[in-house]
Write a protein that binds this ligand. Structure first.
Ligand code: FAD
Length: 410
């Protein structure tokens, strides 16, 4: 069998997990990317990514488990549902998750990949560069995230019902927030205003707190979207704190107003993400095919922390198939899609649903969960298995059945 020549465009979590999987099995892999490892250190925050335990298992298998969970993992999912009758409770997934600043994580994986014989070439790839790549490689994997090259793959209208973002996003890394015991992520919901995800994250200065605001249009957090930290840090902080006090009391009560601040002006982002599912593959001519991976394939809002976890999952499947097969044609791509699509689509659907106003059945589930630890633990664990989660939550009938089963078991 000839050597397989795999070209991977993009060195995000998708491209690096794939490249490392291929190197682990002795397959040649070239990653083409526009960002050098040393560029990450001074870069602006792009995301605040939590890896659920399924992804940590993949990282252990790849030998990239560099950050011990005892030091920087998290073990609990804290939930707060605000409103007239607030509910607060704590679920326990079956294993720890972890969040490492991607400006540390990605360069480390690039170093691992290079050390294990992977080749990285630097430079931005445009659509007109693709024909030359077709000559070099047997298969081209496009994992350039939400950047224009991903538009090589047509939008799949059937699975992309949204025309615009469901939330505006505001994220930052902060000092001055006392973590919880056991260490955990918190999803705090302010009905009518949006959600706040709090997560312990390892950044350049050590452990800090990531806050991701998922703001509803017209909600109380809109004002923050118009404030620039750089213009008036004090006003930004004070406005932020006042809004947390009103809407996210269980986070606000752990903040020391004196030391509460962004870790640095670079440690913040504002934006919005329109969820989209794209075709998984396309022909490039000359009997060669391109496969989309990660955000370039399916992009979701970050509220439930699904994007990177889905990217790692899909990279593992694609890696396995590249190792197992040796003809990279349309049938190859179809088999990859058949294996990866179910879980990814469930992540997309569940995320979209959770950002809609909750149904009566979902509200009932939340109330029952607050009294039923086994149900709550299963819900928390479902963040790592969106396919199971969607099986339980996909329709009102499924939610009611899940509640009934949990109550019978209790
Ligand atoms: C605020 C926020 C919070 C998030 N939180 C979570 C979370 O908790 N859990 C979770 O699972 N997901 C989360 N996500 C989503 C997650 O960040 C993405 O799903 C994930 O990073 C996508 O990885 P990727 O490898 O597909 O693409 P990217 O990370 O976007 O990587 C793209 C790569 O391609 C390179 N590139 C781009 N264009 C070109 C080009 N033209 N030529 C060459 N190289 C190019 C880039 O330099 C980069 O290396 C969050 C996102 C945001 C915005």
């Amino acid at each position: 069998v000839d050597r397989k020549r795999i070209g991977i465009i993009g060195a995000g979590v998708a491209g690096l997990h794939l490249g490392l999987h291929l190197r682990q099995h002795g397959v040649d892999a070239v990653i083409l990317t526009d960002t050098r490892p040393e560029d990450y250190r001074g870069a602006r925050l792009q995301n605040t990514v939590a890896h659920h335990h399924g992804t940590l298992a993949l990282e252990r298998a790849l030998g990239i488990d560099h950050w011990p969970v005892e030091q920087c993992g998290y073990f609990a999912h804290y939930h707060y549902f605000g409103g007239e009758f607030p509910l607060a409770f704590r679920g326990h997934p079956t294993a720890a998750g972890r969040s490492v600043d991607y400006r540390i994580y990605l360069p480390q994986l690039m170093a691992d990949f290079a050390e294990r014989g992977g080749v990285i070439e630097y430079g931005a790839i445009a659509e007109h560069d693709v024909p030359a790549l077709v000559q070099r490689f047997d298969l081209i994997v496009v994992c350039t995230g939400r950047t224009p090259l991903g538009r090589l793959f047509a939008r799949d209208a059937r699975h992309s019902p949204l025309e615009k973002p469901q939330r505006s996003l505001q994220a930052g890394l902060f000092t001055g927030i006392r973590g919880q015991e056991p260490r955990g992520v918190m999803l705090s919901i302010a009905p009518g205003h949006g959600e706040l995800v709090e997560l312990p994250i390892l950044s350049f200065g050590g452990p800090v707190t990531g806050l991701l605001l998922e703001n509803l249009p017209g909600g109380d957090f809109e004002e923050l979207q118009h404030l620039r930290y750089e213009d008036d840090p004090r006003r930004f902080r004070e406005t932020f704190l006042a809004k947390l006090a009103t809407h996210h009391p269980l986070i606000h009560e752990r903040i020391d107003a004196q030391s509460f601040d962004l870790c640095s002006p670079r440690d913040q982002l504002q934006g919005a993400i329109t969820a989209v599912v794209r075709e998984g593959h396309r022909p490039l001519g000359d009997e060669k095919w391109a496969i989309a991976l990660g955000d370039a394939h399916v992009t979701v809002d970050p509220a439930l922390g699904q994007g990177a976890n889905a990217a790692a999952y899909a990279a593992a499947i694609l890696g396995e198939e590249i190792v197992r097969q040796d003809i990279f044609d349309e049938r190859f791509c179809e088999e990859v899609d058949a294996r990866r699509m179910d879980r990814i689509l469930c992540a997309a659907r569940w995320t979209q649903r959770m950002l809609e106003p909750p149904s009566a059945e979902l509200r009932q589930l939340i109330a029952v969960m607050s009294q039923n630890q086994a149900l709550l633990d299963a819900f928390s664990d479902g963040f790592s298995r969106p396919d199971l989660q969607w099986r339980r939550l996909g329709t009102p009938a499924r939610i009611l059945r899940w509640i009934a089963e949990a109550q019978a078991a209790a």
